[in-house]
Design a protein around this ligand. Structure first.
Ligand code: SF4
Length: 390
């Protein structure tokens, strides 16, 4: 498993952590490498020439996505995961950092080069109806990438589009129908068909199932997995549902307030989360067994997500951290308030951004029970697993 985030706070793993750095140096070039990516939205001041600050939606994240693998990106609403996904594909211009596709830096690529590169990377959006032009029939929507890229497939565009429709489970005879004539799940399939039409190497899926019914979610996630097996597509899978992320991801990145808190292979993260924020998220996963559920210890986060305009000093999580509140000495708290922790290797291939990180193995039961549910019902995305409720 090579998918990995490197570091937070603008440092590559090479500088943040020797072990992580040397490991990456020895690895083959990832499909996507994002280094110290930043996206700040300036706030307009009413007073001319006065700087009113910026919303630091993404504040120095680094991660690798290997070919054919899935990297899950999780966190509460407002943590910057969707902005990060868009910035990775240059749908939003990054404020800083670099983006490499197969070792090629595309951070400053011009519009014609970007258009060419977009054949290789695509996006699936959360809102299937909002992302489809209601005035275009699905044939034109799914065929748009062929037109834009000037691709003339064998047998013509119509046949290629109908083949893609059949592949994603749509009736090819519905080629001339309009988006409003399809159900929510079918509309998401249209979005997926458009994304895979030119067989991209990477798709950023931004909450692709959160607007769908639970049974439809499982179908769409399984479709994405089948397409990955068949075409070797890599995914950045953005979601707030931990069960869905566990089911589909090879590696998981946990974000909080525009920064990365923890990165690990899927099972390592779910079975022994090390960052207090991840531990709180895991404790919010409901258990399918009523007896286990009644014994589940919930770790509560105090307060709301702080403003990304004025993030807390030191560790950005310290204002809500249960460990800071309940377990640390005054000196340790001072360190949390004053010194931003680096994203460092705490265990094999497991990076954590916390001065006092320790694995919570007592949450293993909860994680395993969640996994059992995920296995029994492919995705088992029970509504209350939403991080928004943690
Ligand atoms: Fe909590 Fe301190 Fe670790 Fe931050 S550095 S997560 S405040 S214990």
């Amino acid at each position: 498993m090579t998918a990995s985030a490197l570091s937070a706070d603008g440092q590559s793993a090479d500088s943040a952590d020797g072990a992580g750095g040397s490991k990456h140096a020895a690895e083959e070039t990832p499909l996507l490498r994002v280094t110290n990516l930043q996206k700040h939205f300036p706030i307009k001041s009413r007073v001319p020439f006065r700087n009113a600050g910026a919303v630091k939606a993404v504040d120095g994240i680094s991660l690798d996505v290997p070919a054919g693998k899935t990297v899950g990106l999780v966190g509460e609403s407002g943590c910057g995961k969707s902005t990060a996904g868009r910035a990775m594909l240059r749908l939003l211009e990054p404020t800083g950092g670099s983006i490499e596709i197969e070792g090629r830096n595309i951070t400053k690529a011009g519009s014609s080069e970007l258009r060419r590169l977009r054949r290789q990377f695509q996006m699936v959006f959360q809102d299937p109806i909002g992302s489809l032009n209601p005035r275009h029939p699905v044939g034109a929507i799914i065929g748009a990438p062929f037109r834009i890229q000037g691709v003339d497939p064998q047998g013509g565009v119509k046949k290629a589009v109908q083949d893609v429709m059949a592949r994603v489970g749509l009736n090819p005879e519905h080629y001339n129908r309009y988006p409003h004539e399809f159900s929510g799940g079918q509309r998401q399939r249209i979005g997926i068909a458009r994304a895979i039409a030119l067989r991209p190497k990477l798709i950023v899926c931004d909450e692709p199932v959160s607007a769908l019914d639970v049974s439809i979610q499982a179908q769409v996630v399984n479709l994405l997995e089948d397409l990955q097996d068949e075409y070797g597509i890599a995914y950045v899978f953005i979601a707030h549902d931990l069960s869905v992320v566990r089911h589909i991801s090879d590696r998981v990145v946990v974000m909080y307030l525009g920064k990365i808190m923890e990165v690990a292979d899927r099972d390592d993260l779910y079975e022994a989360p090390m960052h207090p924020y991840t531990q709180a998220l895991m404790s919010a996963v409901p258990l399918p067994d009523p007896r286990q559920e009644s014994r589940r210890e919930r770790i509560l986060l105090s307060g709301d997500l702080p403003s990304p305009v004025n993030p807390p000093s030191g560790c950005v999580f310290h204002t809500r951290c249960p460990k800071y509140r309940e377990q640390l000495s005054d000196d340790q708290r001072q360190q949390c308030r004053d010194v931003a922790p680096r994203l460092e290797l705490n265990a094999a291939n497991h990076l954590v951004s916390c001065h006092f990180a320790e694995a919570r193995t007592d949450l293993i039961t909860a994680a395993e029970a969640g996994a059992a549910a995920a296995v029994s019902a492919p995705v088992a995305p029970a509504a209350p697993t939403s991080l928004d409720k943690s």
